[in-house]
Write a protein that binds this ligand. Structure first.
Ligand code: FE
Ligand code: ZN
Ligand code: FE
Ligand code: FE
Length: 209
């Protein structure tokens, strides 16, 4: 089965004769001629890929300032260590995204990610409200895992899109990042084992007083 890599031909000819009707009759009139598949006017899955890369570039940059705040509020050595480790990975992920833009001959631009903005805002509000200790650590882990899951979802899509589009280098770069995000999530789960129980014990001690 052929991959649909030549769909630009449909718009040029103005007829779908060449490919049968694989493009199931777009009723809208074509606004612009497609200059080239590598041009700035991205379309289709390629546009989705690029838009989501911009979103993630913003998100990762945001995290390079958000994670240090979480580290400051954390008490557990294990948690501090895993967050510090992931902060370093996150900085690397920013430059990996920049490399991915470069691989596509595009300027690396960031576009505000509403979701990450919200996740970070929730984390910060939560940390402000809570006293230092295991319960706050548990809350930090929960907030951090929400972030990792968001990233895993997005990078999972991006790796798939870039594979379909034949952007091998982009796929490799972002797959490496995807592995780090999954690793970070797993580490947080491990770290949480003790902390969640300590949070519960702390609460019991307070009740006993
Ligand atoms: Fe990340
Ligand atoms: Zn987003
Ligand atoms: Fe949601
Ligand atoms: Fe991450």
């Amino acid at each position: 089965m052929a991959t649909p890599s030549k769909k630009t031909s449909a718009s040029k000819s103005g007829s779908s004769a060449q490919n049968g009707s694989s493009n199931k009759g777009k009723s809208k009139t074509q606004k612009t001629e497609r200059s080239s598949p590598k041009g700035q006017d991205e379309q289709g899955l390629r546009k989705l890929l690029v838009d989501q890369m911009k979103d993630m570039l913003w998100a990762e940059k945001k995290l390079t300032t958000a994670i240090p705040k979480m580290i400051k509020k954390a008490s557990s050595e294990e948690l501090i260590e895993s967050l510090t480790n992931h902060l370093e990975e996150t900085k690397e992920q920013v430059s990996r995204l920049e490399q991915a833009f470069q691989a596509m001959n595009l300027k690396a631009t960031a576009k505000e990610c509403e979701a990450m903005k919200g996740l970070v805002k929730e984390a910060e509000e939560l940390m402000e409200e809570m006293e230092e200790g295991s319960l706050r650590d548990a809350a930090i882990i929960c907030a951090a895992q929400k972030v990792e899951h968001y990233e895993i979802a997005t990078y999972g899509c991006l790796v798939t899109y870039s594979q379909i589009l034949g952007e091998t280098e982009v796929a490799e770069l972002l797959n490496e990042t995807l592995s780090e995000e999954k690793g970070a999530d797993e580490t947080l789960t491990e770290v949480s084992q003790n902390i969640n129980w300590m949070a519960e014990e702390e609460a019991e001690e307070e009740d006993a007083e």
